[in-house]
Design a protein around this ligand. Sequence first.
Ligand code: NAD
Length: 490
Amino acid sequence: MPTTTMLKYPEVKNYINGKFEPTYQKTLDVICPLDGNVISTVPLSSAADLDKAVQAAKTAFTTWSKTPIKDRVQIFYRYKTLLEKNLRELAHLVHIENGKTLDEATAEVEKCIELTEFACSMPQLVQGELMEVSKGVECRTERMPIGVVASIVPFNFPVMVPHWTVPNAIALGNCVILKASEQVPLGANRMAELLKEAGLPDGVFNVINGDKDIVEAICDHPGIEAVTFVGSTKVAKIVYRRATSNLKRCVALGGAKNHLIVLPDAHPDMTASNVAASMSGCAGQRCMAASVMVGVSNVDHIVAKLCEEAKKIVPGKNLGSVISKQAKERIEKYITEAEQKGAKVLVDGRNYKVEGKENGFYVGPTVIDYVSPDMAIAKEEVFGPVIAIVRTKTLDEAIAVENASEYGNAASVFTQSGGLARLVMEKASAGMIGVNIGVPVPREPFSFGGWNESKFGTCDITGKSSIEFLTQLKKTTTKWNAEAKTNWMS
Ligand code: NAD
């Protein structure tokens, strides 16, 4: 176990009631995937640590929930300016702890700014409703906060995924406990510092670190009203079942297997560059990444261009690392198994070493053709810079391949035919659809969330849909008409 003096970053701490907590007995190393070096340690918190955070959040809630929304969002106007001011430093942190390129990390922080802007618009979105429903009798609705909301996040977007929940939940009057990913916990501590600098009262935002045990404690804690989860489908199911069985609200986003259907009339250059960027961005570790390209009829000319594009993507230059040694081994195993079963590896990213960073976890871009839909690489989440090409004769067959996936995060079609694009828009079984776009992420105020095994729960996690999840409606009926003869409610 390294001592703190050897670490590149100070040890990660829990942040409770506006203070970083003292050192912990049980910790894990935080490893920089770019070079395999230990850069910090992260505490493995106990249920007692969580309880302390919940009590702080509950106490803060009594005042924060009664603070007018127009005052609450002032914090986020200031926080947005702080994110802009600290953009480079935050991006560097994300680059080091996650392994994505500095450009990708910069884009991630820019997305945090957009999410914060949306939170600033809450006063315009949550005005209540009022109607005189009969003479002198008025019904009104108000969106009230729900209490303490926990947000459990994955490794692939250390700061962006926390921003899916934190600004909206807090602007709407809730208090938040963020459970950072133990693989990339540094960004959450920096968020805490910046929110404090923006003027957020103590206890409104808390960070708790740990692994499986603390996630289970969150699902069980009676002081937590709602849980947002983002991660793999396996864990999303565990969290959704456990949190809802404890009578909490829960939205749990899971894994993905996104299909891009490519028709022969698609624009070859645009399609090839979009598919290559979608499958390799953030080293393929995006839940919106292209994973299967379904090539309809003869798309050889597009596949050839895709290979040219893939060869321009170089680990250590314009391609980051994957998160861990285990991830690298898993990804390479999928490629090898598919090859052994008859698929053809056109561009091979296995066994990649970056000079000077030999202990980093790199996988080069991989294009693998003639994959059959029943191979593991076509069905399971690979989560690496790999595109499996499945060939079909017709568009109907291609749609059937997409529909057969147990996931349903995103699906895209590349074509110049509006009618065929419309057919895919109608028939694809996914929550987020793209036409001639490789990463169809809906931007605020539109909401983010998949279908099928990519999401459990009724609301989406961001945008307007998140308002429903993060608030409860108070319905008030008043009668201020002493003379009214109609008195149907009394
Ligand atoms: P993960 O499921 O392993 O971990 C997510 C969180 O759950 C972490 O905070 C972790 O500490 C906790 N956890 C891990 N195992 C647990 C267990 N057995 N019980 C309780 N908690 C547990 O996911 P990851 O590897 O960090 O992230 C990658 C996954 O996240 C991919 O599957 C990716 O598709 C998915 N993801 C989905 C979306 C989406 O919007 N659908 C977005 C980002 C990432």
